[in-house]
Design a protein around this ligand. Structure first.
Ligand code: URP
Ligand code: ZN
Ligand code: ZN
Length: 473
């Protein structure tokens, strides 16, 4: 029997409007939105005093990602469960090119992810080798439901392509109707600085940041925009972290180029100083945290619509992977940041965040910061849906859309941290932060998967999202 639910008396927040209305969910879709709706056979839920927003879309996650002899500690189940608790109902995860072909790499990733995902998910393809075979096989990405590639200007000898190769990949992407995503740092400068730092005996986590200068990100962002312009291609710059990148993005957009940008919460709040703490390895990710001026410029970029998306780059590792935590009642320990205790280059890169994103951005961005609730929805749901070819099935509260709905209590006070966040790791970057506003119910395609802190979801409830195009916002 088809489930019908009527959410009565809530305030809907979309990317452009705020209004009071009831929402009727029939099966997996939103069937109607309006005042004083009635549906005699529906279960009625009173959501008065609550905000209803489209489920969050995090376009940047790395679940179960092998790195430096270990693996990111959230897999496609634990990571998507954490996402759901934080109000996110869609994630886009990256496929590493770890097999001889794109097809084999995608098949292997889907074989891991499909049975585990607890929210809907899509994939981006990392293009980390460039040859004729990759050029040709890229034509099949839309057939496999992948409309986005990521290329890297850093990680020499591992993931990086040369500029000429990036240019060719962008041109091929444009030809095929794919969007290119760019990791903007200067790999050559990083290589020189890392070698020098190690030769001088600098092994502490803060040297991770000191060997990856902001100027490298700035010039790489502009270089990426220029390469994309010459390839007549659209570009999405991931994990923007520095003021100069915001300036470069603004400049590119002022030229009318289809260049878009994403930042992540960690770049809005933390600085290189955090990496200098005794537990600095917790903050090691690439690109690194910068300065307070950079934090501020990124906030301005969001408030002024220069930056279109807040993702997370969720890629968690245990701080101390020798000490088990209890996860769903079972002890779990996964080697983590301690692998680099004697050498910052061996600290697995990445931080947790998929579940933190909405609650942290709401309190710090909307309640205490410069964002309107509508900008919050645009940055965390509607813009990613439009850019990544999911709109209006996702990212919208309209009849016919998937009933991915977050019921948000704007008055709920939460002392946040590792005990509240549901990530499978032993720390949280926002430990002890006082938050106002939190998701209390989360619907994925009409299924109530989080209810007042209770987990009602399950592995495999999420579906693969077959994407064939992209948008420019
Ligand atoms: O430190 C990070 N961000 N790890 C994930 C890889 C990437 O470049 O996004
Ligand atoms: Zn990256
Ligand atoms: Zn990433």
């Amino acid at each position: 029997m088809t489930t019908k639910r009527l959410l009565k008396g809530g305030t809907l927040i979309t990317a452009s409007e705020t209004f009071e209305a009831d929402v009727l969910i029939v099966g997996e879709r939103i069937a109607a939105i309006g005042r004083d709706l009635t549906a005699p056979d529906a279960e009625v839920l009173d959501v008065s005093g609550k905000f209803l927003m489209p489920g969050g879309i995090d376009p940047h996650t790395h679940f179960d990602l092998p790195m430096f002899g270990t693996v990111s500690s959230d897999d496609h189940y634990t990571g998507t469960k954490a996402a759901a608790f934080g109000g996110t109902t869609t994630v886009l995860d990256f496929v590493p090119l770890d097999h001889p072909t794109l097809e084999a790499s995608i098949r292997a990733w889907r074989a891991k992810a499909d049975p585990k995902v607890a929210v809907d998910y899509g994939l981006h393809m990392n293009i980390t080798r460039w040859d004729q075979a990759i050029y040709e096989e890229m034509a099949r990405l839309p057939e496999w439901g992948i409309a986005t590639i990521k290329v890297f200007m850093a990680y020499n000898g591992r993931l990086r392509l040369q500029d000429g190769e990036i240019f060719q990949a962008m041109r091929r992407a444009r030809e095929l109707g794919l969007l290119t995503m760019l990791h903007a740092e200067n790999g050559d400068v990083i290589e020189v600085l890392v070698e020098e730092a190690l030769a001088q005996g600098h092994t502490e986590p803060v040297w991770h940041a000191r060997t990856r200068p902001a100027w490298g990100a700035v010039e790489a962002a502009l270089r990426g925009a220029a390469l994309a312009a010459q390839a007549d291609a659209a570009l999405y710059i991931v994990h923007m972290n520095t003021a100069g990148e915001v300036d470069m993005l603004r400049y590119a957009r002022e030229q009318g180029l289809p260049v878009m940008g994403e930042t992540c919460p960690q770049y809005l709040f933390f600085t290189e100083e955090h990496l200098a703490r005794p537990d600095g390895a917790k903050w090691v990710c690439s690109p690194p945290m910068r300065t307070e001026e950079d934090n501020l410029a990124l906030w301005e970029g969001l408030a002024q619509d220069v930056i279109q998306v807040v993702g997370t780059d969720h890629c968690p590792f245990f701080f101390d992977g020798t000490r088990p935590i209890l996860y769903e009642g079972q002890p779990v320990a996964i080697p983590g940041k301690e692998l680099g205790k004697d050498d910052f280059t061996k600290i697995p890169n990445g931080v947790p965040g998929v579940g933190d994103r909405l609650p942290i951005l709401w309190t710090k961005g909307v309640v205490e910061g410069p964002l309107t609730p509508n900008q919050f929805v645009a940055l965390t749901s509607t813009n990613p849906a439009k850019i990544f070819g999911l709109y209006p099935k996702k990212g919208a509260l309209v009849p016919g859309a998937d009933a991915d709905i977050v019921v948000w209590d704007p008055d709920l006070k939460v002392t946040y941290g590792v005990r509240v966040a549901q990530h499978r790791t032993d720390y949280n970057l926002y430990e002890g932060w006082e938050l106002t506003g939190f998701p209390v119910k989360v619907f994925l395609r009409g299924h109530l998967i989080v209810d007042e802190g209770r987990w009602l979801g399950r592995p495999g409830l999420g579906r693969f999202l077959h994407r064939t195009g992209y948008g420019v916002v």
